[in-house]
Design a protein around this ligand. Structure first.
Ligand SMILES: CC(C)(COP(=O)(O)OP(=O)(O)OC[C@H]1O[C@@H](n2cnc3c(N)ncnc32)[C@H](O)[C@@H]1OP(=O)(O)O)[C@@H](O)C(=O)NCCC(=O)NCCS
Length: 462
């Protein structure tokens, strides 16, 4: 109902109220723009709207008139010389977007939705991504919120155009698809409230909320506590290949190193507590303590160790030392833009992660393992080669699912569980158990938390 007509009604009512309220401030801004930089006061740019139909988006002009030529870049950085001093202030507080109330009233746009793209970007949408064009573009949306500091972010990278094309644009597509899937009145209200919080000059409100004790957080802060709205500027799968550091030099590390190199990550060095060889596939291996002393915190790392407990320990240690976990995805893995990969995840060749699945921090989806839609895989989990998780399965933290095992839909596998190679799990498994066979039966219960996972045949656990 909301999709069909509720959203439009919501937009019309809000746009009328907004236009009435903004009449005076809008008039003042128009006069200022006119007085400082002349005409035109309002700038109209062609964008792609619902069903791919072109329309003109209106904004107060913030750039010099000659900046609108066909050769001009469509991305803007904070220090862009085309922006006028008044324009900089308007953009900072997003007041340049006020004329879009008119776009909303006309039905070109909605208050909440994907930002309307210029044609060259809209043409890049393929397959399922084109579902973004089924809805009206928005004045604000998940992408706008996550990249609320986009101009600063772009100003901080060496090649803003490339960063936008390879990192920000694909991540915005992912967020827009998420919105298309979950669109509701509740989401729209949350996104509008969060936009007001982030975009408008309410520094005092932000400071107040940040300083408030956790128990006394305001409603807006609570609203933002949920991830997609708050987010970070870093996508789950970094497209800008930075040099990474691998921790571990065992069998699993060879698989990770090979994937990282194929994915185009330069691996600067490998650290291991007990290095056996001087190098691994040509990359030098050094003792961990000694190597860490020479590296600056902030260096990207991935723990390439198959054993869940060791991997967790090393991950926590590296994080506490200020190193930054990176996610490595083999170029032949297949990840839906609607899936979420948390920090320090490794996806091997042919791994598949379907929409709405979440892979927790520091987990491994090994060769040809598949994670179907809506699965929740906890932190420090190892899905061995060929594991198949059916839809909406949840796997608790540190669980180890042996080679080729399958899990039927909707089941819950507890934490610290070991599922034997080739098992078929047909019912929920409690925490701290070992289950084997077809159908899987529990052969050991209540392994003590902290006990090492079995090393039996865990070929690459080190
Ligand atoms: C499940 C597993 C961890 C059990 O190891 P374990 O605790 O040493 O267990 P045991 O060898 O003592 O076996 C216990 C019983 O389970 C059976 N069993 C063990 N693994 C089994 C499996 N995968 N499928 C069916 N039965 C299995 C044993 O035959 C034994 O049965 P029994 O008591 O009737 O003789 C191990 O067999 C396994 O499957 N490891 C996964 C290996 C893997 O996938 N590695 C990939 C690394 S990337």
């Amino acid at each position: 109902m909301y999709r069909q007509w509720g959203k439009r009604l919501f937009d019309v009512v809000l746009a009328v109220i907004g236009l009435v309220l903004c009449l005076v401030p809008g008039g003042v801004i128009a006069l200022l723009v006119w007085a400082r930089t002349g005409r035109p006061v309002v700038f109209a740019q062609n964008r792609v709207g619902r069903y791919g139909q072109p329309f003109k988006v209106y904004k107060f002009r913030t750039m010099r008139v000659e900046a609108d030529g066909p050769d001009q870049s469509t991305i803007t950085t904070r220090d862009d010389p085309r922006i006028t001093p008044l324009g900089r202030k308007l953009r900072r507080w997003k007041l340049d977007e006020l004329p879009q109330l008119w776009n909303v009233l006309r039905g070109d746009m909605s208050f909440v939705g994907p930002r309307p793209d210029v044609a060259s970007y809209a043409e890049r949408l393929t397959g399922v991504e084109r579902r973004i064009l089924d809805i009206r573009p928005g004045v604000t949306g998940l992408g706008t919120l996550k990249y609320h500091n986009e101009e600063e972010l772009l100003a901080s990278v060496p090649d803003p155009q490339r960063y936008n094309d390879e990192v920000i644009f694909p991540d915005k597509v992912r967020l827009n698809l998420l919105y298309v899937e979950h669109m509701s009145l509740f989401w729209d209200c949350r996104i509008i409230a969060a936009t007001v919080y982030w975009k408008l000059p309410f520094h005092w409100l932000r400071a107040l909320l940040r300083e408030a004790p956790p128990g006394a957080r305001g409603p807006v802060a609570e609203l933002l506590a949920d991830t997609p709205l708050k987010g970070t500027a870093e996508p789950a799968v970094p497209h800008q290949r930075e040099a990474i550091l691998l921790i571990g030099a065992g069998g699993h590390a060879r698989v990770v190193l090979d994937a990282a190199q194929q994915a185009g990550f330069p691996v600067c060095c490998i650290l291991d507590d007990y290095p056996q060889d001087a190098d691994l596939l040509g990359v030098p291996v050094r003792a961990r303590a000694e190597g860490l002393a020479t590296l600056a915190p902030g260096q990207a790392f991935l723990v390439a160790v198959g054993d869940n407990r060791d991997r967790e320990r090393l991950f926590v240690e590296m994080m506490s030392l200020g190193f930054k976990p990176v996610t490595v995805v083999h170029p032949k893995a297949c990840v839906s833009p609607l899936a979420r990969l948390e920090r320090g995840v490794f996806l091997a060749a042919m791994a598949v992660v379907n929409p709405d699945a979440v892979i927790g921090d520091n987990s491994i989806v090994n060769t040809a393992a598949s994670v179907d839609h809506g699965c929740q895989v906890g932190a420090h989990v190892h899905l061995c080669p060929g594991v198949r998780l059916s839809g909406r399965v949840s796997v608790g933290e540190r669980s180890f699912l042996g080679t080729g095992c399958s899990v039927l839909p909707n089941l819950r596998i507890g934490k610290d569980v070991v599922v034997g190679a080739g098992a078929v799990v047909t019912w929920d498994l409690p925490d701290h158990c070992v289950a084997v066979g077809v159908p899987a039966r529990v052969v050991k219960l209540n392994q003590k938390p902290g006990q090492r996972e079995p090393s039996w045949g865990v070929a690459d656990g080190k």
